[in-house]
Design a protein around this ligand. Structure first.
Ligand SMILES: Nc1nc2c(ncn2[C@@H]2O[C@H](COP(=O)(O)OP(=O)(O)OP(=O)(O)O)[C@@H](O)[C@H]2O)c(=O)[nH]1
Ligand SMILES: [K+]
Ligand SMILES: [Mg+2]
Length: 353
C-alpha cells in the first residue's frame, strides 16, 4: 500500500487492499480453527459495576499500582514477568465498587501470540476502562507499540463507533451518501471495500468525515470501543521539567505508584472515564439515603434499570416515580415513567400500584 501512489486511478485498488488486510487480521480476533481468540482470557470471577484492566510492558509498575489502589497484594518485583496471571482486586470510588484487573506484562507481537499476550488482550477487551501503564524512563514509542497491539485485536481506544450506516438490500446496486465532505476517502474506495465484502446491493450513509478504516470497522462489526487512560508511572525518577513535557500527552496522568504521587488525580480521571451514574433512593416521606448509591452505567440508566437493580419484581408493580436532581425538569422534582433517563446523583422515589 505504501508503494501505491494515492490518486483517483489507484483508490479502488487501495480500498481492496485495505479490506483484504482487515479480513486477514480477523483471524487474530476470531480464529476460524478455534482456540485462542477474543473469548479466551484468564478465568477471573467478575465483580463490581465496572472493571479497569492494566496493560503495559513488564516491570512498568502495574502490580505496585494495583496493590496500592485495592489493598490486594499482587506481587511486585524488579524482574520482568513477575505477574503471570490476572490478579483481581476491588476498590470503591464515590460509592461504586470497581474491579481492578492486574494483568501480566505484554511485549511487542503479543496479539500475534507472543507470550501470554493474546490472553492479556482478550481480558482487556472485556474491561470498561483500560489503563495503559508506561514507565516514564522508557522510550515513548512503547505507547504506540501497545496501542497497535490492542488495535490489532479489534480494540478502539478513546474513540466513538463511526457514524456510518450500512444497510444491505436485495437489489438496486450501491448508493453512497455523505452529509459531510469526505476528505479521507472517496466513493471509489468505498465501492472497492464493499465489493471485497461481497456486498453488491447496499445503501451507505456517511455522517462523519470517516476513513476507510472506519468503514471497515463498521463492516467487520466486532470492534470494541473502550476509554483509555495513559498512566505515566515512576515520575519520582524524573525532573520537574521532564514532568511538564509529559503533561502534554493527551489522556495521560503522570503518577508514581511507589511514592504514591498524584493518585488522587488518577482516581478522579478513572471515575470520569467510567461514566457511572449514582442514584440515591428516597423512601416516600423520608429523607434520601445517601449512604449507598445504586450505581448504573451510562446508556443503561433509566428508571427501569434503576428499579431492576434493586429488585427484579419492582417493575411489575410500578406506578410512577418521583425524580429529583439533574434529570428532573423542576427543582421540586418530576413525576416520571419507567423510560425516564436518570443522571448522576439523582434521587428517586418509586411508587407501587
Ligand atoms: N522508581 C519507581 N519504581 C517503581 C514505581 N512503581 C513500581 N516501581 C518498581 O518497578 C519494579 C516493577 O514493578 P511491578 O509492580 O512488579 O511491575 P509490573 O508492571 O507489575 O511488572 P510485571 O508483572 O513483571 O509485568 C519494581 O521494582 C517496583 O518497585 C515507581 O513509581 N517508581
Ligand atoms: K515486575
Ligand atoms: Mg505485575
Amino acid at each position: 500500500m505504501a508503494k501505491t501512489q494515492k490518486n483517483k486511478a489507484t483508490s479502488y485498488h487501495l480500498g481492496q487492499l485495505r479490506a483484504k488486510l482487515a479480513k486477514l487480521k480477523r483471524e487474530l480476533i476470531m480464529p476460524s480453527g478455534g482456540g485462542g481468540g477474543a473469548g479466551i482470557g484468564f478465568d477471573v470471577a467478575r465483580t463490581g459495576i465496572a472493571s479497569v484492566g492494566f496493560v503495559g510492558f513488564p516491570s512498568v509498575g502495574k502490580s505496585t499500582l494495583m496493590s496500592g489502589l485495592t489493598g490486594t497484594t499482587s506481587e511486585a518485583a524488579a524482574y520482568e514477568f513477575t505477574t503471570l496471571t490476572t490478579v483481581p482486586g476491588t476498590m470503591t470510588v464515590h460509592g461504586a465498587k470497581l474491579q481492578i484487573l492486574d494483568l501480566p506484562g505484554i511485549i511487542e507481537g503479543a496479539k500475534d501470540g507472543k507470550g501470554r499476550g493474546r490472553q492479556v488482550i482478550a481480558v482487556a477487551r472485556t474491561c470498561n476502562l483500560i489503563f495503559i501503564v508506561l514507565d516514564v524512563c522508557k522510550p515513548l514509542k512503547d505507547k504506540s507499540i501497545l496501542e497497535n497491539e490492542l488495535e490489532g485485536f479489534g480494540i478502539r481506544l478513546n474513540k466513538r463507533p463511526p457514524n456510518i450506516v450500512v444497510r444491505k438490500k436485495d437489489k438496486g446496486g450501491i448508493t453512497i451518501t455523505n452529509t459531510v465532505p469526505l476528505t479521507h476517502c472517496d466513493h471509489d474506495v468505498v465501492r472497492a471495500v464493499l465489493s471485497e465484502y461481497k456486498m453488491s446491493n447496499a445503501d451507505v450513509a456517511f455522517r462523519q468525515d470517516a476513513t476507510v478504516e472506519d468503514l471497515i470497522d463498521v463492516l467487520e462489526g466486532n470492534r470494541i470501543y473502550i476509554p483509555c487512560i495513559y498512566v505515566l508511572n515512576k515520575i519520582d525518577s524524573i525532573t520537574i521539567e521532564e514532568l511538564d513535557l509529559l503533561y502534554r500527552i493527551p489522556n495521560s496522568v503522570p503518577i508514581s505508584s511507589k511514592m504514591w504521587l498524584n493518585i488522587d488525580e488518577l482516581t478522579e480521571r478513572m471515575w470520569t472515564e467510567l461514566r457511572l451514574v449514582r442514584v440515591y433512593t428516597k423512601p416516600s416521606k423520608q429523607p434520601p439515603d445517601y449512604s449507598q448509591p445504586v450505581v448504573l452505567r451510562e446508556g443503561k440508566c433509566t428508571v427501569e434499570d434503576f428499579a431492576n437493580s434493586i429488585h427484579k419484581d419492582i417493575v411489575s408493580q410500578f406506578r410512577i416515580a418521583m425524580v429529583y436532581g439533574a434529570s428532573a425538569k423542576h427543582p421540586r422534582g418530576q413525576r416520571v415513567g419507567l423510560d425516564h433517563v436518570l443522571q448522576d446523583e439523582d434521587v428517586v422515589t418509586l411508587y407501587k400500584r
